[in-house]
Ligand binder design. Structure first.
Ligand code: ZN
Length: 185
């Protein structure tokens, strides 16, 4: 049976009026299918494996923050990329998570068809649920190609979204500390 992603790519090439048999395009459906599997691999992510048990006991009570995590996602309305930076913070309650796991968490949810608001919330809620810290703060800043490439007038291609849980929601000082720390210089 033919790969449905490959067939779909072929139909798009035909649909936009191109000649799928010309040299540069002959292998394109195969390449597109492979690229698509890769950029949507988040559907296969298992959150237990993402964290891989990398929780450690710690008495540290201050904010842990990982800034400028590059991410690439796909807008579910146009299936065009949106991409930018994620900032993820939490305040531990007896345990911490390996710092390298936070970019993996972002990636597991980014590599799907998404809206930026849901992506932001899923990152925050999964960290809150699995690590059980005193609170979580997540801010995403992204450019949306479905806006900037198409030149839609009166709409900004850049969006910032945030999700604040626990003390990040209830304590203004915590939230402000987080927002100050991620501010551009
Ligand atoms: Zn879109």
């Amino acid at each position: 049976m033919k790969d449905p992603l490959e067939s779909a790519a072929l139909e798009i090439i035909k649909g936009i009026g191109e000649d799928p048999s010309r040299e540069g395009l002959v292998k394109t459906p195969k390449r597109v299918a492979k690229a698509w599997r890769e950029i949507t691999c988040g559907y296969q992510a298992d959150m237990d494996k993402v964290f891989n048990g990398a929780f450690f006991k710690a008495q540290y009570r201050e904010m842990v923050i990982v800034k400028d995590i590059a991410f690439y996602s796909l807008c579910e309305h146009h299936i065009l990329p949106f991409f930018g930076k994620a900032h993820v913070a939490y305040i531990p309650d007896g345990r911490i998570v390996g710092l390298s796991k936070l970019p993996r968490l972002v990636e597991a949810y980014a590599r799907r068809l998404q809206v930026q608001e849901r992506l932001t919330r899923q990152i925050a809620e999964t960290l809150q649920k699995t690590l059980k810290p005193r609170g979580v703060g997540v801010v995403l800043e992204a450019e949306h190609l479905c806006v900037s490439m198409r030149g839609v007038r009166n709409e900004t291609a850049y969006a910032t979204t945030s999700s604040m849980l626990g003390v990040f929601q209830t304590d203004n000082r915590v939230r402000e500390e987080f927002l100050n720390l991620i501010k551009k210089h």
